[in-house]
Design a protein around this ligand. Sequence first.
Ligand code: ADP
Ligand code: MG
Length: 731
Amino acid sequence: MTQFCQKTTTTMSQLRFEALKKLNERPKVHVEATTPNISQFFGEYVFGMEQMRATLAPAVFKKVSNAIKNHEKIDETTADAVASAAKSWAIAKGATHFTHWFQPMTGGTAEKHDSFFDALSGIEKFKGSELVQQEPDASSFPSGGIRSTFEARGYTAWDPTSPMFLYGKTLSIPTVFVSYTGETLDTKSPLLKALKAVDVAATQVCQLFDKDIQHVVASLGAEQEYFAVDKALYNARPDLVMAGRTVFGHAPARGQQLEDHYFGTIPGRVYDFMRDFEIESWKLGIPVRTRHNEVAPSQFEVAPLFEEVNVANDHNQLMMDVMSRVGEKHNLKILFHEKPFAGLNGSGKHNNWSLITDTGVNLYAPSSSARDNLLFLTFFVTTIKAVHEHADLLRASIATAGNDFRLGANEAPPAIMSVFIGSQMTAVLDELEKKGNVKIEKGDNMYMKLGIDQIPEIILDATDRNRTSPFAFTGNKFEFRAVGGSDNCGTPMAILNLIVADQLTKFYETVSKEIEKGEEKRIAIVNVLRKYIKESKAIRFEGDGYSDEWVKEADKRGLNNIKNMPRAIEGYVSKKSLELFEKYGVLSHKEVEARNEIRLESYIKKVQIEARVIGDLAMNHIVPTAIAYQNKLITNANGLSGLGVDNKAVVQTIKEISGHIETIKASVREMVEERKRLNKITDTHKRAFGYCDDIKEKYFDKIRDAVDRLELLVDNADWPLVKYRELLFLR
Ligand code: ADP
Ligand code: MG
C-alpha cells in the first residue's frame, strides 16, 4: 500500500531526478568485433555482385549484371535463379524469412516478412516471382488521394541495382513501391528514373570528348549528423518522445560558444556506441569511415565512403536504423531531427555528390591537362546553370517540417539557394565571362586565350571552404548541405540529378546544332559555357550565407528566400517543374500533386502534434509547477511581512511568475481555438499555411519564451523537465 501511494505521488521532477540517477549508473557496454580486421567481415551479410558471381551460372550472372548496368528488367528464369541462390545463401547464414524493403512517402523504411518455410510442401521455398514482386497491404501508406481515384492496392518490385542483405534473420530485398495503376508511392522510384536520365544525358555529353565512355554513374557520400541522448533522460522528456525535438528548454550556461566540442575527444559511452554500430554497418556492407564530434554538445557525425547514389541512399536509410537499434543497447536515443535543441547547431545530412564515368573519370575533378579541363568545366558550369534554372525545385526537395527549424537559423545554410565555388574557380569563371566576346579562331590555343589553362589541378585549399553555403563545390564534388538530418536523400538526389540531366541535354542539343552548322567542336562547347556562365551568375555567392546582407543582396538578385515547407514545396508544381518531370518520365503531373498532398498532410500532423505537446506540457506540467512554487513564495512573502522584513524582491518574483503563467494560459487557449478553426478548412494547402502561420509562427516561440523564463525562476528541485544542461553533457 505504501508502495502504491509512493508510486502515484511520483512527481515529474522526481522522474527527472530518477532519470539523472540512472545516467550515473550506466554499465559499460562491451563492444568487440570478432576480429579487428574489418576486411574479414565487411559485407558478410550482403548478397551482392560478388556473391551472385560466385553462386550463379556465368550466363545468368551476365544477364543480371547487364540488366543492372543498362537499367533493364530481369526476366523470369533469371529471377528464379537469383532467388534460389539468394535463399540458399541466406538460409546458410541463419535466415528464416524474406521481406521486400521499401521507402514509403512517410519517411523511414517499411517491410513485411514472409517465411521461407512452406508448410504445404514442408520445405523452404523462394520463387523468382516472390523476389520480383510482393503485395504489402498498401492501404495504410499515404498515397495523397491517388488510391481513391485509382486502385486500392499496390505492389513492391525488386530493385536489382541495390544488393539484398540479411538483417537479423530476414533476407531484405530493396524494392520500389507502386500502385496497381502504376503511380509510384515511394522515394526510390523517382530517384531511379532520375539516375537513369542523368546517366543518358551525361554519357551523351561525355561522348563529345571520349567515345569510350558508355555510362556515367552519380555518386553520393552522405555525412550524417545526429545527437545522442541518454535513454532515461529522453523518456523523461515527453516532447522528445512525441515530436523528436524539445519544445521547451532554456539554453545551458555553456552551449557551443567555447567551440570545444567540435572534433574534441568523443565521450566514452558514445565512442562505444559508435564502434558497435560501425561493426554492424560494416557487416551490412555500409562503408562507414569517419566519425567525430560535431559543433553542439552531444552532437556527432558519421560519414561513409561515397557510393553509387541509389545504393548510398539505401545504405544511409539502413544505417539510421542500425544506429537506432544499437543505440538501444547502449541506453542511448539517437536523434536525427533537424533541430532537437533550440539555440544549438541543428543536424543536416550533407550530400556530397559527383558524376563518375565508367572509365573512372570524376567529372568534377579538375585535371593537369587543359584539354581535359574542358570536360570538367562543361560539367561544372552546366551544374551551376542547372541550380540557377531550378533553384526553387531544389529548395522544394529539402523542404520538411523539421528542416524549417534549421534552414535560415543562424548556424545553418540559409533557405536561399546559392552555389559556392571558391576563389580559384571564381577567378576562372570570371575570366571566361570577361572574355565573353573574344573570338576563337580555328588553330587558336583556345585554352590559353580564355584562361582555361589556369585551372588549378587540385582545389582542396582548406581556407577556401565556405560552411555557410547550401550548395558548395569542394574540390572534386559538390556538397548539397541543405538536406535535413532525418530526411531520405532519395528526393533531393532525384531532383539534383534530374535538373543536371536536363541542363546537360540542353547543352548537348545546342552544341550539336552549332557543330552541324560547321562550328569547331571545342569552340561550340566553350561558347555555350560562356553563355551559361553569364546567365547563371546570380546564383553564385562566395560570402557569408548567414548574414543579413546576403538576404538583402539575394533579394536584389531575384533569388527566392522561401522560409517554410508549405510554401517551398510549391516549387514542385510550377509549370517548369512539372514539364521537367514529365519530359524524363520521372513523375506524372498527378503523382507530383499527390506527393505534395502527402507532404502537406504530414506537415499539418507534425505541427498539430507539436502544438498538442506544447499545450499539454505547458498546462499540465509547467503551470502547476510554477503555481506550486509561487505558493511557497507567497507563504515566504507573508512571513517576511509579518516579521516586518522587506519582501519586495519576493513579491517581484511572484508577479513575474504570474505574468508568465498568464501568457502561457492565454496563448494555449488561443492556440486551441485556432486549431479548431483550421481543422474545419478542407483545402489542404490553406490548412497547412494556417498551421504554419497561425499556429507555429504565432504561438510556439511565444509560449516557449514564457516557459523558458519560468525555468530560470522556479526552484531547480521542482522543475519537471530534464534540463538542456542535463540532456546534453554525456560522458
Ligand atoms: P570533406 O572534409 O570535404 O567533407 P571528406 O573527404 O571527408 O571531405 O568527404 C566527405 C564525404 O564526401 C565522404 O562521405 C566522402 O566519401 C564523400 N565524397 C568524396 N568524394 C566524393 C565524390 N567524388 N562523390 C561523392 N562523394 C564524395
Ligand atoms: Mg563535408
